[in-house]
Design a protein around this ligand. Sequence first.
Ligand SMILES: Cc1ncc(COP(=O)(O)O)c(C=O)c1O
Length: 277
Amino acid sequence: DQSPDTHAYRQTGHYGSKFGLSWEEAQIAARRIAQAPHLQLTGLHAHIGSQFFDLKPLFRAIDRLAALAAWVQGQGLGEVRYFSPGGGLGVPYHPDDPAPRLVEAVRGLSEYAARAWQERVGGPYSTLALEPGRSLIARAGLALYTVGAMRHLTTGQRIIAVDGGMSDNLRPALYGARYTAALAHAPLAPTAGPARIVGPLCESGDFLIDSIDLPKAHPGDVLVVPGSGAYHLSMASNYNGMLRPAVWLHARGKLIPMQRRETVADLLRRDFPLPPQ
Ligand SMILES: Cc1ncc(COP(=O)(O)O)c(C=O)c1O
Protein backbone atom coordinates (compact mmCIF):
# COMPACT_ATOMS: atom_id res chain seq x y z
CA ASP A 1 0.00 0.00 0.00
CA GLN A 2 2.42 2.68 -1.25
CA SER A 3 1.70 5.79 -3.30
CA PRO A 4 4.35 7.86 -5.02
CA ASP A 5 3.84 11.55 -5.71
CA THR A 6 2.49 11.31 -9.25
CA HIS A 7 -0.81 11.64 -11.11
CA ALA A 8 -3.49 9.31 -9.69
CA TYR A 9 -3.68 7.48 -13.03
CA ARG A 10 -0.01 6.55 -12.68
CA GLN A 11 -0.30 5.20 -9.12
CA THR A 12 -0.54 1.42 -8.91
CA GLY A 13 0.46 0.46 -5.36
CA HIS A 14 -2.33 1.97 -3.24
CA TYR A 15 -4.95 -0.01 -1.33
CA GLY A 16 -7.95 -0.65 -3.61
CA SER A 17 -5.88 -0.44 -6.77
CA LYS A 18 -6.75 -2.95 -9.48
CA PHE A 19 -3.10 -4.05 -9.37
CA GLY A 20 -1.26 -6.31 -7.00
CA LEU A 21 -2.13 -7.96 -3.71
CA SER A 22 -2.69 -6.62 -0.22
CA TRP A 23 -0.39 -7.90 2.53
CA GLU A 24 -2.99 -10.48 3.61
CA GLU A 25 -3.66 -11.59 0.03
CA ALA A 26 0.08 -11.96 -0.57
CA GLN A 27 0.32 -14.21 2.48
CA ILE A 28 -2.58 -16.34 1.23
CA ALA A 29 -0.98 -16.50 -2.24
CA ALA A 30 2.36 -17.58 -0.73
CA ARG A 31 0.65 -20.41 1.18
CA ARG A 32 -1.23 -21.54 -1.93
CA ILE A 33 1.97 -21.52 -4.00
CA ALA A 34 3.72 -23.59 -1.33
CA GLN A 35 0.90 -26.14 -1.49
CA ALA A 36 0.77 -26.25 -5.31
CA PRO A 37 2.74 -29.23 -6.64
CA HIS A 38 4.13 -27.41 -9.69
CA LEU A 39 4.86 -23.97 -8.25
CA GLN A 40 7.76 -22.59 -6.27
CA LEU A 41 7.88 -19.16 -4.69
CA THR A 42 11.25 -17.71 -5.72
CA GLY A 43 10.62 -13.97 -5.96
CA LEU A 44 8.59 -10.98 -4.80
CA HIS A 45 7.63 -8.02 -6.96
CA ALA A 46 6.03 -4.62 -6.58
CA HIS A 47 5.38 -1.69 -8.90
CA ILE A 48 3.98 1.35 -7.13
CA GLY A 49 3.57 3.80 -10.00
CA SER A 50 5.31 5.81 -12.67
CA GLN A 51 6.98 9.14 -13.27
CA PHE A 52 7.92 10.22 -9.75
CA PHE A 53 11.09 11.79 -8.39
CA ASP A 54 10.91 11.33 -4.62
CA LEU A 55 12.21 7.81 -3.97
CA LYS A 56 10.87 7.46 -0.41
CA PRO A 57 7.79 5.44 -1.44
CA LEU A 58 10.14 3.07 -3.32
CA PHE A 59 12.21 2.65 -0.17
CA ARG A 60 9.02 1.84 1.74
CA ALA A 61 8.08 -0.71 -0.95
CA ILE A 62 11.50 -2.32 -0.51
CA ASP A 63 10.90 -2.49 3.26
CA ARG A 64 7.55 -4.19 2.70
CA LEU A 65 9.04 -6.69 0.24
CA ALA A 66 11.89 -7.50 2.63
CA ALA A 67 9.40 -7.94 5.48
CA LEU A 68 7.29 -10.24 3.30
CA ALA A 69 10.42 -12.18 2.27
CA ALA A 70 11.28 -12.64 5.96
CA TRP A 71 7.75 -13.89 6.63
CA VAL A 72 7.78 -16.25 3.59
CA GLN A 73 11.12 -17.74 4.56
CA GLY A 74 10.24 -17.86 8.28
CA GLN A 75 7.12 -19.87 7.42
CA GLY A 76 9.16 -22.16 5.16
CA LEU A 77 7.03 -21.23 2.12
CA GLY A 78 9.85 -20.53 -0.30
CA GLU A 79 13.29 -19.03 -0.80
CA VAL A 80 13.12 -15.47 -2.09
CA ARG A 81 15.98 -15.30 -4.55
CA TYR A 82 14.71 -12.32 -6.54
CA PHE A 83 12.94 -9.20 -5.44
CA SER A 84 11.94 -6.12 -7.35
CA PRO A 85 10.36 -2.81 -6.31
CA GLY A 86 9.45 -2.22 -10.00
CA GLY A 87 10.07 0.92 -12.01
CA GLY A 88 8.69 4.42 -12.01
CA LEU A 89 11.77 6.68 -11.95
CA GLY A 90 10.74 10.04 -13.33
CA VAL A 91 12.23 11.83 -16.31
CA PRO A 92 12.13 15.55 -17.04
CA TYR A 93 9.62 16.40 -19.78
CA HIS A 94 9.24 20.04 -18.83
CA PRO A 95 11.71 22.68 -17.57
CA ASP A 96 9.99 22.62 -14.14
CA ASP A 97 10.75 18.89 -13.70
CA PRO A 98 13.85 17.97 -11.65
CA ALA A 99 17.04 17.00 -13.47
CA PRO A 100 17.50 13.26 -14.05
CA ARG A 101 19.55 11.44 -11.39
CA LEU A 102 19.35 7.90 -12.68
CA VAL A 103 22.77 6.74 -11.48
CA GLU A 104 22.22 8.20 -8.00
CA ALA A 105 18.76 6.66 -7.85
CA VAL A 106 19.98 3.19 -8.79
CA ARG A 107 22.85 3.43 -6.30
CA GLY A 108 20.51 4.65 -3.55
CA LEU A 109 17.99 1.89 -4.23
CA SER A 110 20.53 -0.91 -4.30
CA GLU A 111 22.24 0.30 -1.12
CA TYR A 112 18.91 0.67 0.65
CA ALA A 113 17.76 -2.76 -0.53
CA ALA A 114 20.95 -4.44 0.70
CA ARG A 115 20.52 -2.81 4.13
CA ALA A 116 16.80 -3.63 4.33
CA TRP A 117 17.53 -7.24 3.38
CA GLN A 118 20.27 -7.54 5.96
CA GLU A 119 18.11 -6.03 8.71
CA ARG A 120 14.86 -7.85 7.99
CA VAL A 121 15.79 -11.12 6.29
CA GLY A 122 19.50 -11.79 6.84
CA GLY A 123 21.12 -14.73 5.11
CA PRO A 124 22.24 -14.72 1.47
CA TYR A 125 21.20 -11.57 -0.34
CA SER A 126 18.67 -12.08 -3.10
CA THR A 127 18.98 -10.56 -6.57
CA LEU A 128 17.54 -7.06 -6.73
CA ALA A 129 15.77 -6.39 -10.04
CA LEU A 130 14.92 -2.84 -11.05
CA GLU A 131 12.54 -2.25 -13.94
CA PRO A 132 13.46 1.05 -15.49
CA GLY A 133 11.08 1.83 -18.32
CA ARG A 134 10.86 5.43 -19.36
CA SER A 135 13.92 6.50 -17.38
CA LEU A 136 16.01 4.62 -19.95
CA ILE A 137 14.25 5.51 -23.17
CA ALA A 138 11.94 8.52 -22.83
CA ARG A 139 14.69 11.00 -23.60
CA ALA A 140 15.93 8.97 -26.58
CA GLY A 141 12.90 10.04 -28.59
CA LEU A 142 12.02 13.31 -30.30
CA ALA A 143 8.62 13.79 -31.89
CA LEU A 144 8.55 16.03 -34.98
CA TYR A 145 5.35 17.78 -35.99
CA THR A 146 4.55 20.09 -38.87
CA VAL A 147 2.83 23.35 -38.06
CA GLY A 148 -0.48 23.83 -39.87
CA ALA A 149 -3.26 26.31 -39.14
CA MET A 150 -2.88 29.07 -36.56
CA ARG A 151 -5.31 31.30 -34.70
CA HIS A 152 -4.45 34.54 -32.95
CA LEU A 153 -6.69 35.25 -29.96
CA THR A 154 -7.46 38.78 -28.77
CA THR A 155 -5.69 37.84 -25.51
CA GLY A 156 -2.42 37.65 -27.44
CA GLN A 157 -2.28 33.86 -27.21
CA ARG A 158 -1.77 31.83 -30.36
CA ILE A 159 -3.33 28.46 -31.05
CA ILE A 160 -0.95 26.47 -33.23
CA ALA A 161 -2.30 23.29 -34.81
CA VAL A 162 0.16 20.59 -35.76
CA ASP A 163 -0.28 17.31 -37.61
CA GLY A 164 -0.32 15.12 -34.49
CA GLY A 165 -1.59 15.22 -30.94
CA MET A 166 -3.53 12.78 -28.79
CA SER A 167 -3.37 10.16 -31.54
CA ASP A 168 0.42 9.85 -31.19
CA ASN A 169 0.85 11.23 -27.65
CA LEU A 170 -2.07 10.58 -25.36
CA ARG A 171 -0.25 11.67 -22.20
CA PRO A 172 -1.39 15.33 -22.10
CA ALA A 173 -5.04 14.30 -22.61
CA LEU A 174 -4.80 11.31 -20.28
CA TYR A 175 -3.13 12.91 -17.32
CA GLY A 176 -2.23 16.47 -18.11
CA ALA A 177 1.40 15.61 -18.90
CA ARG A 178 3.44 18.73 -19.58
CA TYR A 179 6.03 19.05 -22.34
CA THR A 180 8.33 21.60 -23.82
CA ALA A 181 8.96 22.19 -27.54
CA ALA A 182 11.10 24.18 -29.94
CA LEU A 183 10.97 25.19 -33.57
CA ALA A 184 13.54 23.04 -35.35
CA HIS A 185 14.92 25.86 -37.50
CA ALA A 186 15.09 28.44 -34.70
CA PRO A 187 15.26 26.73 -31.31
CA LEU A 188 16.76 29.76 -29.57
CA ALA A 189 14.85 32.55 -31.36
CA PRO A 190 13.16 35.07 -29.04
CA THR A 191 9.61 34.29 -28.00
CA ALA A 192 6.67 35.87 -29.75
CA GLY A 193 4.40 35.11 -26.78
CA PRO A 194 2.42 32.17 -25.45
CA ALA A 195 1.03 29.48 -27.69
CA ARG A 196 -1.18 26.46 -27.19
CA ILE A 197 -0.13 23.50 -29.32
CA VAL A 198 -3.11 21.48 -30.45
CA GLY A 199 -3.81 18.50 -32.69
CA PRO A 200 -6.31 18.26 -35.53
CA LEU A 201 -8.87 15.94 -33.88
CA CYS A 202 -12.45 16.78 -32.91
CA GLU A 203 -11.64 16.90 -29.18
CA SER A 204 -10.72 19.94 -27.12
CA GLY A 205 -8.57 17.53 -25.13
CA ASP A 206 -6.49 16.96 -28.26
CA PHE A 207 -3.52 19.12 -27.34
CA LEU A 208 0.20 18.59 -26.83
CA ILE A 209 1.12 21.68 -24.82
CA ASP A 210 -1.32 23.87 -22.95
CA SER A 211 0.87 26.94 -22.96
CA ILE A 212 4.42 27.58 -24.11
CA ASP A 213 6.38 30.65 -25.12
CA LEU A 214 7.40 30.12 -28.73
CA PRO A 215 9.00 32.25 -31.43
CA LYS A 216 6.94 33.32 -34.43
CA ALA A 217 5.82 30.16 -36.24
CA HIS A 218 4.63 29.62 -39.79
CA PRO A 219 2.74 26.80 -41.49
CA GLY A 220 5.26 24.18 -42.57
CA ASP A 221 7.67 24.84 -39.67
CA VAL A 222 8.82 21.73 -37.82
CA LEU A 223 8.08 21.64 -34.09
CA VAL A 224 10.28 19.35 -31.99
CA VAL A 225 8.95 17.80 -28.76
CA PRO A 226 11.66 16.09 -26.68
CA GLY A 227 11.02 13.25 -24.24
CA SER A 228 8.90 11.31 -26.70
CA GLY A 229 10.60 7.92 -26.48
CA ALA A 230 8.25 6.17 -24.02
CA TYR A 231 4.49 5.75 -23.74
CA HIS A 232 3.87 7.67 -26.94
CA LEU A 233 3.60 5.42 -29.98
CA SER A 234 2.79 2.48 -27.69
CA MET A 235 -0.40 4.38 -26.77
CA ALA A 236 -1.00 5.72 -30.29
CA SER A 237 -4.34 5.24 -31.99
CA ASN A 238 -6.01 5.72 -35.36
CA TYR A 239 -8.77 7.83 -33.84
CA ASN A 240 -10.37 10.03 -36.51
CA GLY A 241 -8.40 8.08 -39.12
CA MET A 242 -5.07 9.49 -37.97
CA LEU A 243 -2.08 7.69 -39.46
CA ARG A 244 0.78 6.77 -37.13
CA PRO A 245 4.02 8.55 -38.04
CA ALA A 246 7.19 6.99 -39.36
CA VAL A 247 9.94 6.18 -36.84
CA TRP A 248 13.62 6.80 -37.59
CA LEU A 249 16.65 5.83 -35.58
CA HIS A 250 19.46 8.37 -35.51
CA ALA A 251 22.66 6.47 -34.79
CA ARG A 252 26.31 7.19 -35.55
CA GLY A 253 25.40 10.09 -37.81
CA LYS A 254 22.97 8.03 -39.87
CA LEU A 255 19.19 7.95 -40.10
CA ILE A 256 17.87 4.41 -40.19
CA PRO A 257 14.18 3.71 -40.86
CA MET A 258 12.51 1.68 -38.08
CA GLN A 259 8.84 1.97 -38.99
CA ARG A 260 7.19 3.41 -42.09
CA ARG A 261 4.38 5.90 -41.85
CA GLU A 262 0.93 4.29 -41.84
CA THR A 263 -1.22 4.52 -44.95
CA VAL A 264 -4.97 4.56 -45.55
CA ALA A 265 -4.58 0.92 -46.70
CA ASP A 266 -3.33 0.12 -43.17
CA LEU A 267 -6.51 1.65 -41.75
CA LEU A 268 -8.68 -0.53 -43.99
CA ARG A 269 -6.80 -3.78 -43.74
CA ARG A 270 -9.13 -5.43 -41.19
CA ASP A 271 -12.34 -4.41 -42.96
CA PHE A 272 -14.44 -7.02 -44.80
CA PRO A 273 -16.19 -6.09 -48.02
CA LEU A 274 -19.97 -5.76 -47.59
CA PRO A 275 -21.79 -8.99 -48.51
CA PRO A 276 -23.56 -8.91 -51.91
CA GLN A 277 -27.19 -7.68 -51.66
C1 LIG B 1 5.43 -3.90 -13.61
C2 LIG B 1 6.04 -2.71 -14.23
N1 LIG B 1 7.37 -2.47 -14.03
C3 LIG B 1 7.98 -1.39 -14.57
C4 LIG B 1 7.27 -0.50 -15.37
C5 LIG B 1 8.01 0.68 -15.94
O1 LIG B 1 7.54 1.87 -15.43
P1 LIG B 1 8.31 3.24 -15.77
O2 LIG B 1 8.36 3.35 -17.25
O3 LIG B 1 7.46 4.29 -15.16
O4 LIG B 1 9.65 3.14 -15.15
C6 LIG B 1 5.89 -0.70 -15.59
C7 LIG B 1 5.13 0.24 -16.40
O5 LIG B 1 3.93 0.22 -16.53
C8 LIG B 1 5.27 -1.83 -15.01
O6 LIG B 1 3.97 -2.07 -15.19
